[in-house]
Design a protein around this ligand. Sequence first.
Ligand SMILES: [Zn+2]
Length: 86
Amino acid sequence: MGMYDYVDYECVCPNCKQKVSGFQSKDAECELALVTPIDVNNFYTSCNCGAWLEFNRIFTADYRVLVTKNNKVIASKKVTLYEGKK
Ligand SMILES: [Zn+2]
């Protein structure tokens, strides 16, 4: 029934330096539940500045975050997330 789940994660936007949250993922049950990043392989959000932040799991707790705006890559870096709160 649902379309996605909410991901309990927030970070600083590499583009505008504001706090971004409201991450979503389609990897879990898609019941509009709250999941942690560790539960999913892919999650994403858009920032108020128009940047798109997308995380993809590389290995265990390591994710690559790709930040794009107007189809241009602003940042691409590896981040390590731990179980539960960051
Ligand atoms: Zn931003």
